[in-house]
Design a protein around this ligand. Sequence first.
Ligand SMILES: [Zn+2]
Length: 368
Amino acid sequence: MKILSKITALAIVLLILTSAGSARQKPRNLVLFIGDGMGVSHVYAAMTVSGNTMTFPAFPVTGFSRTHSADSYSTDSAAGGTAIATGEKTNNRMIAMRPDSTVLVTLLEHAKAAGKSAGIICNSSLTDATPADFATHVPLRYKYRAIAKQYMNGTADIFIGGGRKYFVPAPDSSGKINPEEDVISGLSRAGYDVTYDFESFIASKSNRIAGLMADDDMPRLFEGRDPQYLARATAKAIEVLSRNPRGFVLMVEGSEIDDAGHSRSTSMVTEEVLDMDRAVAVAHNYALRDGRTLIVVTADHETGGMSITGGDLEKREVRAEFSFTGHSGVMVPVFAFGPGASEFTGIQDNTDLFHDMYRLLSLDKKRR
Ligand SMILES: [Zn+2]
């Protein structure tokens, strides 16, 4: 009896301690990583090749996200990213709009309205679906010029990636340039330091920086992309965005994991996943110091129907096969670290990821 009551008392104390703890579990900042096309096999292949030294697979919280879109069992990046960015399902090929083309407010737009800063980093093109989902609204993902123009609205204080050709004005058939098409000048007028090479981006002292690193898509790693690009861009973005005492939301895309799946290349899958993990490690180091930063790592969908058919842990080798070259309908993994991370356990819909992040960051409390 005495022992029982002691256990009860201890249980009550523990309950009070944990509830007090969870009351503090509110992040100020969020770094969201989207490994485009990154399924469980992609992650495990990278873990094997790295000798299990990766950062995000060691996060304390893991879960799964269901990825179907409003009109398809297998989503594309446009609808998959829209679900994570806005909390609503839409049709494939639509960017942050409902199927009826009404505009959805994105996580980054909510963050800005709440007085936070916001950033976007990718290693393909800024006009691609995933980065576009967080800051722009178009009914069709291929409207690259319309997407580029909308970066002028200032949702992302800092952004970097490829796609420069959609930001520079194109002369019409008579050779005239419509000033409205000149996104670069528009960005400069809006206070952005527009940079065209990585060292200028890193060296910029501005609070608003645009990094246009390639005319079209940035090169894949095997084509010579700087293996420190994503990690250094993430460090720079955190340095700039963390100047805001109200906090920030940063979306980092590991864009070419998807392309690796489409190309059925196991080596490309592992090197692109490990590339994103280097950027996660930068955010993780910051989060460990800061204590108020939530990190969520997930994917918009799986690409290639990748399955691991064999391997060798000692030799750090992996063999994989791809069932096709498209996007599969399988659930994708979710990894979380930091205050509020426990919300990301279990099987969730991709739209729930938005609602968790929105609630944890108190984005309903708009700045007056
Ligand atoms: Zn794809």
